[in-house]
Write a protein that binds this ligand. Structure first.
Ligand code: T1G
Length: 694
């Protein structure tokens, strides 16, 4: 039974026990209705507490029910039934009270939180808005703007702040349940304080308009946040029940939106990527003591990420000066975490003094459990490093390379323990970006793979398994849609036009702005590296090489595809003439492109290569590609990732686009066999995800 009622003296106790997070699935909702009835009928009970077993108070409605026909009793009705009781009910909150969980607590007549409890209304992250009274009760409890800030930010409010805001009435000082019982006893015999009866706050049009504009800037394209602001403000001047009806209507409309489907897909995909048969039940190795080789941007970022997770870090550089520079870089990154409120100053100081060791002697790595190499992207250099590690590292130590494209099998060959070698591809800045590609070489031991996933969880990152190939999952797909946009520039499109079209589609940044950020030298070196393997029909973005040759490297030199100075970056004024010269040299007659074609070509290239990445096993499932592109490449989250988007857009439409593009450039546009097969069979990428989970 997920909900039980009993009495302890004069206090009723309603217990919810629905692992893993006490989500309010149908059985819980029905159980709560019965418990409310039993409590009401129990004349000996003068008040009640509501508690949750396990790790947390209710963490929300049961997301697995979304998209299915709703089943009664509906959560808003359950909460109203509890709020309408004639005797007080106290919510005892621990863990994370989120979404419908916080809404349930707000329907109770008082709330007490454990000191470490956190609470919030994260529905907008799922493409929804609070749909069980949150838009009505939260403003009544904490005021209009704090409520709108909480709802649109989806942030988790710490218990102490919740107390200050008036969201909870007390903080437990001892045992939460005992303190909740004491609070209930103090309220026994009193009329319950119903949140619905509190006065709604007055409107604040200017502040609301400012928030609305800020949210639109921060999350272009998202609809949940704006709708939530509308419902809250439009219902301020109407009776509570009318406000509830407005909320319900807006909630149901959002429930049917493609954004809700996409954001829920992203939520579950990020939890499914760790479900791999190869590591099911496999225990990871120790990972308390981390070694890092190389203290450049990546090495220092990796070391910082591990320090932020509480681990011991030994960082080795080639000489004392480089080691000192690395320590300074790490100190700067930790200072940034302090500034962002992610780290207390004293924690920064102890990390630097007690948990970070820098040096130049590999012997310092002899006790490391896991060593991450982050040196220059040269196979020869990495082979030397791993040969040395093989001599120094303790038996069983995991030896990881942070390479972004090199062959991890070859690196493993430089050691006598290939089973211990794995790729851990971090994304820059490594202490901020959530994505970690775990690159599994042919002989990597499953325990070592499990250790890579365990490290990701420890670092609060999302690990995605990747096979060995040039670029693994993300960079390999990137190279293909990068080629598609470069071809459009050669054929007449302006880089800033492409950037704007893809930013309007929802990308965090367009590809040319990204090039300027990364540095045009990176792209030039990648092209040089791949020149020997280039297909004779490959179209080389020589315009990018021209910029590189004239020293325009992007942000780092102030000029690239854009010029950087005061204010918003502007398109490089010399670029049109440069493009004209390049096109003339190539005998190309430029033509116009509209945004629709820019998006169609970019997405067709991305989905086509992604289909190949799934087909050859580099990615385990289409959802793994979605997680990579969402968390490492700025793909708009409210579109769910390229594979989810492709299913919604129509694989047949994408395939016909590819065939149409092949008419003018057959070499490049070869449909992926998996894409052709799925279209022929009337199936979608989602079907492959389901099959992999069965
Ligand atoms: N419904 C169903 N399953 C859920 C769930 C939920 N709300 N939340 C988590 N799970 C599962 C998750 O899939 C995983 O399953 C396991 O629990 C552990 O999760 C009416 C409509 C609570 C902070 O958005 O943020 O209420 O993989 O790995 O890292 O207005 O889960 O183990 O099988 O994430 O410790 C609003 C979503 C819903 C909260 C815990 N609530 N969850 O994090 O564990 S909409 C949310 C989280 C709503 C109302 C609206 C996190 C967590 P499995 P986990 P974690």
């Amino acid at each position: 039974m997920p909900v039980t009622y009993r009495r302890d003296g004069a206090i009723g106790v309603i217990t919810i026990d629905n692992p893993p997070v006490n989500a309010t699935g149908q059985a819980v909702r029905a159980g709560l209705m019965l418990a409310a009835r039993d409590f009401a009928a129990d004349d000996a009970a003068e008040a009640a507490v509501m508690i949750c077993a396990g790790r947390t108070w209710v963490a929300g409605a049961d997301i697995t029910e979304f998209g299915k026909p709703p089943r009664e009793p509906f959560l808003p009705d359950v909460i109203t039934a509890i709020e309408s009781l004639d005797k007080p009910v106290v919510a005892a909150i621990h863990g994370t009270a989120l979404g419908g969980g916080l809404e349930l607590a707000m329907g109770c007549h008082a709330r007490i939180g454990a000191p470490g409890a956190r609470m919030g209304l994260p529905e907008v992250t799922l493409g929804l808005l609070p749909g069980a009274g949150g838009t009505q009760r939260l403003p009544r409890l904490i005021g209009l703007m704090p409520a709108l800030e909480a709802i649109t930010s989806a942030r988790q409010i710490p218990a102490a702040e919740a107390l200050d805001l008036g969201l909870i009435d007390a903080l437990a000082t001892g045992d939460l349940t005992a303190d909740a019982m004491a609070l209930a006893r103090s309220l026994a015999g009193q009329a319950p304080r119903r949140t619905r009866d509190l006065p709604a706050p007055g409107d604040q049009p200017d502040a609301v308009a400012a928030l609305r504009a800020a949210v639109a800037r921060r999350l272009p394209g998202r609809i949940g946040e704006g709708t939530a602001i509308d419902v809250v403000t439009d219902s301020l001047a109407v009776p509570f029940d009318q406000g509830m009806a407005m909320e319900r209507a807006a909630f149901l409309a959002l429930m049917d939106s493609p954004q809700r489907a996409a954001l829920i897909h992203a939520f579950f995909a990020e939890r499914a990527v760790g479900n791999l048969p190869a590591i099911k039940g496999v225990a990871p190795r120790d990972l308390e003591r981390i070694g890092v080789i190389g203290g450049g941007t990546m090495g220092a970022g990796i070391a910082t990420a591990c320090l932020l997770a509480g681990q011991q870090v030994t960082l080795i550089e080639r000489d004392d000066a480089a080691a000192a520079r690395a320590r300074d870089t790490i100190a700067g990154m930790l200072e940034g975490a302090v500034k962002r409120g992610k780290l207390k100053p004293e924690a920064r100081d102890s990390a630097l003094s007690d948990r970070l060791t820098t040096g130049t002697d590999y012997a310092g790595l002899a006790q490391a459990d896991l060593i991450i190499e982050a040196v220059f992207e040269s196979m020869e250099v990495k082979e030397q490093v791993f040969a040395q590690l093989d001599r120094v590292a303790k038996p069983g130590a995991v030896l990881a390379t942070n390479t972004s494209y090199l062959d991890v099998n070859r690196i493993a060959d430089a050691t006598g323990r290939p089973g211990d070698v794995i790729g851990l591809h971090f994304f820059s800045p490594a202490h901020v970006m959530r994505l970690l590609e775990v690159v599994v070489a042919d002989r990597t031991d499953p325990q070592v793979v499990a250790t890579g996933f365990a490290l990701a969880k420890r670092l609060k990152k999302i690990a995605v398994r990747a096979g060995v190939c040039d670029g693994f999952i993300g960079n390999r797909i990137l190279s293909h849609y990068r080629a598609a946009v470069d071809a459009m520039v050669l054929d007449g499109a302006a880089p800033q036009q492409i950037d704007r079209a893809l930013a309007d589609f929802g990308f965090a940044m367009g590809p040319y702005a990204v090039s300027d950020l990364a540095g045009l030298d990176i792209g030039a070196m990648t092209r040089q590296r791949k020149a020997a393997d280039r297909h004779p029909r490959d179209r080389v973005p020589v315009f990018a090489d021209r910029l590189y040759e004239q020293g325009d490297l992007g942000r780092k030199t102030g000029r690239g595809f854009y010029v950087y100075g005061e204010g918003k970056p502007q398109p490089n004024p010399d670029l049109p003439a440069l493009l004209d010269r390049v096109r003339a040299d190539l005998g190309l007659t430029p033509r116009a492109f509209d945004d629709e074609e820019i998006v169609a070509r970019t997405m067709a290239a991305m989905v086509n290569e992604a289909a190949r990445v799934v087909e050859d096993g580099t990615a385990a499932r289409p959802l793994d590609v979605d997680v990579v592109m969402l968390n490492g490449y700025g793909f708009p989250r409210w579109r769910g990732g390229p594979m989810h988007w492709a299913d919604a857009h129509g694989l047949d439409r994408i395939l016909s686009d590819i065939r149409r593009f092949a008419e003018t450039d057959d070499h490049y546009w070869q449909p992926a066999p998996l894409l052709e097969r799925l279209v022929a069979e009337g199936r979608r990428f989602a079907d492959l995800n389901k099959e992999s989970q069965s």
